[in-house]
Design a protein around this ligand. Structure first.
Ligand SMILES: *Cc1c(COP(=O)(O)O)cnc(C)c1O
Length: 371
């Protein structure tokens, strides 16, 4: 340390494994068409806004007191939404499923322990592991991004991970994993397994949720979020379902009063409008399918998606494509394996703007082919 009052980051005694790390950073830019972080493009209706405002207003009147620590009323509402015979004891909730996952790694990971996922997958998973001092292990998916079950089972037997994380539908690929495969993973997991269903509501009709597996596996948690299908990304509410003992483990590591009175009240008011908030999901699914068909028709490669986004490519210089779209007012996400880009499904107008911009620049951008 140099003793200056305004040290640079490199002068501070940062944990060695954090040196050189950048904070999570999907760019938040002010452009007309935002298709980069898989938000629901439909803002709440006047009626929902009024109900949420009333609920938050009442909650604020008790602001001098700490919130109800265990958020039992909210957890009961979330259990009702999920069905499957679940009750408040089966549910955990926090400020986004990002915080829920941090609780899982805090309780079941840690020094000398490991967490494993199947890549490519969600860019935040290694960060939860790093922040909780949990060793990070990865096993590749197949070229089409589906799970290679034999490889998965062999890797689990060999590596004995304490935590397995699997996103289904997966981000950034959109790939859903078959329930029979998930059952095999649950049976093989030596520790706990979290199936991250952040995009479950967007899956093709008939896709079964891992909630069906909960009665059979005490080591399983199924994670959900209100950020995507519920159009509640700004409200920050994620949750998971598991056996009551699993929930008790998470309660040990959560910070006290982690969910504010405002968050609890707003989430409960939003849940009371679940049918209305979810009614756009069907429209978004149809828009996604049409977008995939269109991308395929342009001759691009597309990863089959069960989520509210599509991974497409592959470009010799994907950054150039990303930048040229941005220059035309369309922000998408530069993520996933080399050459791929991810676009969220927006309103029909937003998706049309994306198609127009991409049509404009495609002839000018070299593709990669598989050989
Ligand atoms: C968006 C997303 C989440 C949700 O994060 P929140 O913190 O609830 O907003 C969780 N998992 C995956 C794979 C996601 O893409």
């Amino acid at each position: 340390m140099t003793g200056t009052a305004e040290p640079s980051l490199s002068e501070l005694p940062l944990r060695p494994e954090l040196k050189g790390e950048e904070p999570y950073g999907a760019p938040q830019l002010d452009v007309p068409v935002l298709l980069n972080v898989n938000e629901n493009p439909y803002p709440p209706s006047r009626e929902v806004i009024e109900d949420l405002s009333r609920a938050v207003g009442e909650a604020v009147a008790t602001m001098n007191r700490y919130p109800e620590r265990d958020a039992l009323a909210l957890r009961a509402d979330l259990a009702d939404y999920l069905g499957h015979g679940l009750t408040a004891d089966n549910i955990w909730a926090a400020n986004g499923s990002n915080e829920v996952m941090t609780h899982v790694l805090g309780a079941f990971g840690g020094p000398g322990r490991s967490a494993l996922t199947f890549v490519p997958s969600y860019s935040m998973y290694p960060e939860y592991a790093r922040n909780t001092h949990t060793a990070w292990l990865t096993v590749p998916r197949r070229a089409d991004f589906t799970l290679d079950l034999d490889l998965a089972l062999r890797s689990i037997a060999e590596l004995r991970p304490d935590v397995i994380l699997i996103a289904s539908p997966n981000n950034p690929t959109g790939t859903a994993t078959d329930l029979d495969q998930l059952r095999s993973l649950c049976a093989a997991a030596p520790g706990v397994i979290v199936i991250d269903e952040a995009y479950a509501e967007f899956a093709r009709p008939g896709t079964r949720s891992a909630l069906d597996l909960l009665p059979s596996f005490g080591n399983l948690a199924v994670s959900r979020t209100m950020s995507k299908a519920f159009a509640f990304a700004g409200g920050r509410l994620g949750y998971l379902a598991a056996a009551p003992a699993f929930i008790d483990a998470l309660r040990i590591v959560r910070l006290p009063y982690h969910l504010s009175v405002v968050s609890q009240a707003a989430a409960r008011a939003a849940l009371a409008h679940a049918p209305e908030l979810l009614q756009q999901v069907d429209a978004l699914r149809r828009e996604r399918d049409a977008l995939q068909d269109w991308l395929l028709a342009t001759g691009l490669q597309v990863a089959a998606s069960d989520a509210n986004f599509v991974l497409f490519g592959r470009f010799a210089d994907r950054h150039r494509v990303w930048q040229q779209l941005l220059d035309r007012g369309v922000l998408i996400r530069e993520t996933g394996p080399t050459g791929w880009l991810r676009v969220s499904v927006g309103t029909p107008e937003e998706t049309a703007a994306f198609r127009t911009a991409l049509t404009d620049i495609l002839p000018d951008n070299e593709r990669l082919t598989d050989d």
